[in-house]
Design a protein. Structure first.
Lengths: 325, 141
């Protein structure tokens, strides 16, 4: 029987050709908002999309940075006197209103008015320390809060300081996504220090595969679950991300608003997958503070959360389905 | 060079013709399967995405999927805002390309692409570890 080599060679050539990346891609990384933002975008508009997205991130950093004294948020926090209506930009007003809505939704587990408390602990800075009981009590008894009024007005009540650290990265992720989509990008993945945002599907049509950090070995990703998403955000909060140690005890950065202490949670980390990145960011913090039982119930009845991964302190991995798609 | 000079088992043992044809077909099928397997494995290798985790002062500042995009750099700055380490990423690899530390251990380690030995800059408290994983991940949250 005759062996026809040509069709086989053509087949092999075809298979090898499929392996090549026919899609143009562009990647960029910059240090912004106290973290590192990496974006990989695909398609002919990728480069232009990246330019626009990072310009937007830099613009928002000047609004939301807690540590930059020139940022709009810092100027608001240090405006005098207290209890004074201050007119702010659309972005600052909009995100604060959203944050206050999430505070009510989570019954206070997420709270944007914790600036003074966060500064007192200083977790992640050189000044990290355990505050005196009296200092904490004094602060908590002030009942500081942020009020929003019509016309872009924000008011600091009782000495409160606005701190949007648990939602700002998520919001910037959403804004960068919006800008990329406007630029014509249909496939991209953004990572803002672990806050992952995806646009569409991967160029080959498959879902994006997002791993979950093992809270006990943060240099590793868990073998399972792998969260497969299209056009969604995946955000994780965990005590292992930022903490200091004193006398053999670990004090992490996710403070419980009611106690003023690092949340004494039975969870090591919470990962939330949802369409909105700011929402996922805020909820991952709130669910961590709530603890396993409350978090489960919250996710199961949520119309926005697609699913959440709860890792308990006795190392159980629990995947809870929400009602969001 | 006439084909007739080649040893032809079919011609020599005509009564076993069927067996020889079957044997040739089997060898050919086997070769195709092996070839296909090699191509598929080669393609699969391209899809692996190790993830680099960068810590500064004990805090995770970045998790980067080392996929096949253009090379880029990540600056790490100290409390005074000055650059202390410059990290470079290229397809599948990461390294510290510049640092202001006296011992330069982090720079001398060069490019890493897998987990066994993280890059550490003790004076500047920078650590780069690669997350091991058989699964191809596009990012780690």
């Amino acid at each position: 029987m005759k062996l026809r080599l040509t069709p086989f060679l053509l087949l092999i050539a075809l298979l090898c050709g499929c392996g090549n990346n026919q899609n143009q891609s562009a990647g960029r990384t910059e240090a912004l908002l106290g973290t590192v933002i990496t974006v990989t975008a695909y398609g002919p508009n990728a480069e232009a999309g990246l330019d626009a997205a990072f310009a937007e991130a830099k613009r928002l950093e000047k609004i939301f940075s807690y540590t930059d004294p020139e940022s709009e948020l810092s100027q608001f926090n240090h405006s005098v006197p207290d209890d004074n209506p201050v007119r702010v930009s659309d972005d600052l007003y909009g995100l604060t209103v959203t944050a206050l809505k999430y505070r009510d939704l989570t019954e206070g587990a997420f709270d944007p008015a914790l600036g003074c408390l966060i500064e007192l602990w200083g977790v992640g800075t050189e000044n990290a320390r355990i505050p005196e009981e009296s200092e904490l009590q004094e602060l908590l008894s002030q009942n500081g809060t942020i009020e929003a009024q019509d016309g872009n007005i924000l008011i600091r009540k009782n000495g409160a300081r606005l701190h949007l650290g648990a939602i700002a990265k998520g919001y910037v992720g959403d804004r960068m996504k919006s800008v990329l989509v406007k630029s014509g990008v249909e496939s991209a993945i953004l990572n803002l220090g672990g806050n992952v945002v995806t646009i569409g599907k991967k160029p080959d049509g498959s879902d994006w595969r997002v791993g979950v950090t093992d809270p006990l070995s943060p240099q590793k990703a868990l073998a399972s679950p792998v969260i497969e998403v299209t056009d969604m955000a995946v955000v994780t909060s965990g005590g292992y991300e930022r903490y200091f140690e004193q006398d053999g005890e670990r004090y992490h950065h996710i403070l419980a608003p009611k106690t003023g202490f690092p949340a004494d949670s039975d969870l090591l980390s919470v990962t939330v997958a949802a369409g909105d990145s700011a929402f996922a960011d805020a909820m991952s913090t709130a669910l961590f503070v709530m603890g396993e039982q409350r978090a489960r119930a919250f996710v199961e009845s949520s119309a926005e959360i697609n699913r959440a991964v709860l890792i308990t302190s006795d190392e159980q991995i629990i995947v809870v389905e929400g009602m969001g798609n | 060079m006439s084909a007739k000079k080649w040893f032809s088992p079919v011609k020599k043992y005509p009564e076993q013709r069927g067996r020889f044809i079957a044997a040739r077909a089997l060898v050919l099928a086997g070769a195709v399967v092996v070839l296909a397997a090699v191509v598929i494995i080669a393609l699969g290798r391209e899809a692996k995405h190790p993830v680099a985790v960068i810590r500064h002062n004990g805090e995770i500042v970045a998790k980067i999927a080392l996929s096949d995009t253009e090379a880029f750099e990540i600056p790490i700055t100290g409390g005074d805002g000055n650059l202390t380490n410059l990290i470079q990423v290229r397809p599948g690899q990461i390294c510290v390309v510049w640092a202001d530390c006296p011992d330069q251990i982090c720079v001398n380690q060069g490019w890493i692409s897998n987990g066994p030995k993280p890059i550490t800059c003790l004076p500047n408290k920078v650590v780069i570890e690669i997350i091991e994983g058989d699964q191809d991940l596009d990012a780690v949250s």
